[in-house]
Design a binder for this molecule. Structure first.
Ligand code: NZQ
Ligand code: ZN
Length: 388
């Protein structure tokens, strides 16, 4: 295990009915609130009216930024920063999935910056502070509700990049599983793929002697795998929604990556796919992750064999680590297929035309991963393997 520093200041309110504490909680930070959200979903579910009622009950003054798209754009961030500065906002309340929350994190940081917020992504500038940020999560997937990451797309440059910075943790997050019951099946699947791949990214690494982290990760993976069939059979099952919601948070609040050299190559490759084809994040991960596993297998055959035994409950039966690892990789790909995620680029009608461009962009900020350092030709190879 490596040395590490662990810091996570996010106050989490979890459970049925917790949504109704939003007004009182926001009130602690001032009177002027920017309510940020995406498209129609919060109107359709009634959550918008419920939140507004709660805020009004506390006499809060509410400004709005709506229309934040999936794979959020820097243009929405710029709009939000302008409102925060002009209206002297005290707190941003982000109601939605990862896209709304990520966008709001950068808005909150941009409110303290004189330049263009895209500078945080190019590393021309670093956040120095962020407006208090409350979130009401409506889609279990990214873990953004309890972490310090934000991913934003710049349409003009075709880049989808992340900021990871201790200033951008939410102040509080309300995780009311009932708010996720309206998530349709395909988005539910995308979220499940995303959260399990977050655990994969922090579990398949080259650091020795990480037994506790391995057990924690295996517990989350097993819980996701055990709960998914029940949830997909009954999308309105509160207990399954609650279990999956907490899995998503624990999968990426950085607890399981303490003391390990987490990898994240697959995420970086997938961000290129979303930047060019605007596909759902989870869909891209389901396609690429099994191919990445095959590509780096010879670096960590023991860990992949352990994964097959512990997570998929497949006995060794005399197989070598490498042979058992291959069984686990195939089982993972098959599971993605079973739950309805795509497992090849071909399924999304994506051909080989722009693979070189994606591979080139993916490593523009340096080689990817820790398990095996991946350069441009490695990424290209993984993308080619993902075609069918
Ligand atoms: O816009 P609305 O109408 O709200 O619809 C959204 C959107 O179309 C819908 N939705 C959300 N909650 C719903 C709902 N529909 C019905 N009922 C509800 N309760 O779902 C669609 C997708 O929403 P989005 O926020 O884009 O999904 P997700 O939470 O998966 O976020 C994906 C974004 O997060 C980034 C991804 O790259 C992507 O941009 N990530 C952020 C991370 C982080 N900050 O730590 C890590 C991840 O690896 C990821 O990169
Ligand atoms: Zn992800």
């Amino acid at each position: 295990m490596k040395n590490f520093e662990f810091y996570n200041p996010v106050r989490v309110f979890f459970g049925k009915g917790e949504t109704d504490r939003v007004g009182k909680e926001c009130r602690k930070y001032g009177k002027r609130i920017l309510l940020s959200y995406g498209g129609k979903s919060i109107h359709q579910s009634g959550l918008y009216d419920r939140v507004k009622k709660n805020l009004e009950a506390e006499n809060l003054e509410v400004f709005e930024l709506s229309g934040i798209q999936p794979n959020p754009r820097i243009t929405s961030v710029r709009k939000g920063v302008e409102i925060c500065k002009k209206e002297k906002i005290n707190l941003i309340l982000a109601v939605g999935g990862g896209s709304v929350i990520d966008c709001s994190k950068i808005i909150g940081a941009g409110a303290f910056y004189g330049g263009d917020p895209w500078d945080f992504f190019t590393k021309k500038a670093q956040p120095t502070s962020m407006l208090p940020l409350g979130t009401i999560l409506t889609l279990a997937a990214t873990g953004t509700e309890m972490n310090h990451n934000a991913v934003v797309t710049n349409d003009e440059t075709g880049q989808k990049w992340a900021v990871v910075d201790p200033h951008i943790f939410p102040t509080f997050s309300i995780l009311d599983p009932e708010n996720t019951i309206t998530v349709p099946r395909d988005q539910t699947v995308n979220g499940i793929v995303d959260m399990i791949v977050h655990v994969f990214e922090q579990y398949f690494h080259p650091t020795p002697e990480t037994l506790l982290q391995d057990h924690l990760s295996e517990g989350i993976m097993q819980t996701i795998i055990e709960t998914t069939p029940c949830l997909l059979a009954h999308l309105d099952d509160y207990n399954a929604r609650a279990t999956i919601m907490w899995c998503g948070t624990l999968a990426l609040n950085h607890l399981v990556s303490t003391g390990v050299e987490d990898d994240w190559a697959t995420h970086n490759i997938q961000h290129e796919l979303s930047a060019i084809y605007d596909i759902a994040h989870g869909a891209g991960l389901a396609i690429i992750f099994p191919q990445w596993m095959k590509y780096v297998l010879d670096a960590i055959p023991g860990k992949m064999a352990r994964f097959t035994e512990k997570v998929w409950n497949i006995p060794r039966n005399g197989k070598t680590d490498g042979e058992l690892a291959l069984v686990g990789i195939e089982r993972t790909r098959q599971w993605f297929h079973e739950i309805g995620a795509p497992v090849s680029l071909g399924e999304l009608q994506i051909g080989s035309e722009r693979l070189e461009e994606m591979a080139h962009n993916a490593i523009s900020r340096g080689p990817l991963g820790t398990t095996k350092k991946l350069g441009e030709s490695d990424v290209l190879q993984i993308l080619k393997m993902s075609l069918s």
